[in-house]
Design a protein around this ligand. Structure first.
Ligand SMILES: [Zn+2]
Length: 87
């Protein structure tokens, strides 16, 4: 048999405080409550690539963020635009 007592604990979590575009260096610092930060987060997109064995970038993992302007510039350079792109 086990008895438990209630203990108040302090939890430390990582909270997103800013995002910097890897391409142009534009930084957005977040203010406000969590739901407001999520909304502001929509102005950046995160990318996470894993390259497989034998790839030119053999087993590397790339992570970066792009602001909407840099993402649009990148997509505009594509010969074939992504599905869903409406410009
Ligand atoms: Zn940018």
């Amino acid at each position: 048999m086990r008895d438990y007592k209630q203990v108040k604990k302090t939890v430390i979590e990582n909270e997103l405080s800013s995002i910097t575009c890897n391409k142009c260096g534009n930084t957005h610092t977040f203010h406000g409550e969590f739901h407001e930060k999520v909304w502001q987060d929509d102005k950046f997109q995160s990318f996470d690539f894993n390259f497989g064995y034998g790839s030119k970038f053999d087993e590397e993992n790339w992570k970066f963020d792009l602001c909407e302007d840099c993402l649009e510039e990148l997509v505009e350079s594509f010969v074939h635009k992504p599905e869903g792109y409406k410009k």
